[in-house]
Ligand binder design. Structure first.
Ligand SMILES: NC(=O)c1ccc[n+]([C@@H]2O[C@H](COP(=O)([O-])OP(=O)(O)OC[C@H]3O[C@@H](n4cnc5c(N)ncnc54)[C@H](OP(=O)(O)O)[C@@H]3O)[C@@H](O)[C@H]2O)c1
Length: 292
């Protein structure tokens, strides 16, 4: 039975990156659909559900992607509602690569900080710059889920507060703070981890600001396009020591992201009921690269 993946993308063109990873991860037949909406995803999902039966359903899977995270979330809810009983196929959700990238960033941080030790995690403080973007929001959600206190930074307090409120709904006990780039200094002073998830080619933390992050033990910059998101970080940094801190750049995190993406696609074909969203992708990554 051939492994068939339906790549369902909300954008006008299905993402070639997601297609190539799908093939590299063992997909034998890739069916690519663009411009997918909550309406059109229902017959597409039926096509995946009803063609093969029983154990053969595990050989069909769905990948949901595209650059608009909210749209992908809406489509993913419709896919979930379309399944019933055992008549379902496994699904991976990774809009704009945000879930796999955020998971890889959390794994990098956990190599140096007790993020995976529930009691110790609660005393950790994280600052996420560019926190309103797809990657930043997912990193904030994953860290909040681990019990880490998260400050979400945006140019707009309202946007940061809206993202924090969404995460708070999912994790009511989480310690979440919303702030603006103009009021960053207070949060920097006692941050253990600073993660830059801003737009490509934008410096979010200058050298002067960075020097105020006295307690910071890990800096992670996900931007690969010059200038760096955090002054002084190179895209190739991977657990690179800089003073008292450890630094990661986009390529230093990207290897883990690619491993998670490939392993997740492969795991879709091991059962017909897997649902791989940010948290499940982080669990896959943690198994691939244990923190201790
Ligand atoms: N290493 C990897 O494998 C990998 C994979 C995917 C993505 N990435 C990188 O991860 C980063 C985050 O991706 P994303 O898609 O989440 O980013 P994004 O949506 O393009 O931007 C994230 C946030 O950056 C802020 N921003 C945008 N333009 C700005 C400007 N001129 N000045 C200051 N802030 C600005 C915005 O927040 P506010 O408007 O609220 O301030 C925005 O929500 C990007 O650098 C991307 O290239 C890396």
């Amino acid at each position: 039975m051939k492994k068939i993946l339906l790549q369902l993308d909300v954008d006008t063109q299905p993402c070639p990156f997601d297609a190539i990873v799908a093939v590299d991860a063992g997909t034998e037949v890739l069916l690519r659909h663009a411009g997918v909406t909550p309406e059109t995803v229902v017959p597409l999902t039926h096509g995946a559900m009803f063609t093969r039966g029983g154990g053969d359903l595990a050989s069909t899977a769905i990948f949901l992607g595209g650059s608009d995270v909210a749209q992908v979330e809406t489509v993913s809810q419709t896919v979930q509602q379309t399944f019933f009983g055992p008549v379902r196929v496994s699904v991976m959700v990774d809009p704009a690569g945000a879930n796999t990238t955020a998971a890889a960033a959390v794994i990098a941080g956990a190599r140096h900080l007790p993020i995976n030790e529930p009691a110790a995690a609660r005393s950790l403080k994280t600052v996420i710059l560019g926190a309103t973007g797809p990657v930043g929001q997912r990193a904030a959600r994953l860290l909040a889920g681990k019990g880490v206190a998260v400050t979400l930074v945006s140019r707009s307090e309202a946007r940061a507060a809206a993202c924090a409120a969404t995460i708070q709904t999912r994790h009511p006990d989480a310690t979440l703070t919303a702030t603006t780039t103009a009021e960053l200094e207070t949060a920097l002073a006692d941050a253990d981890l600073i993660l830059a998830a801003g737009a490509a080619g934008v410096e979010l933390l200058s050298g002067e600001h960075r020097s105020k992050a006295h307690a910071c033990r890990v800096f992670i910059d996900l931007n690969a396009v010059p200038p760096a998101g955090i002054a002084g970080i190179s895209p190739t940094d991977k657990a690179t020591a800089s003073g008292q801190a450890i630094c990661y750049g986009a390529l230093g995190v990207g290897g883990t992201k690619m491993k998670i993406h490939r392993a997740a696609i492969a795991s879709l074909f091991t059962a017909n009921d897997r649902w791989l969203d940010a948290e499940e992708l982080l669990t896959i990554g943690e198994a691939l690269e244990p923190s201790a």
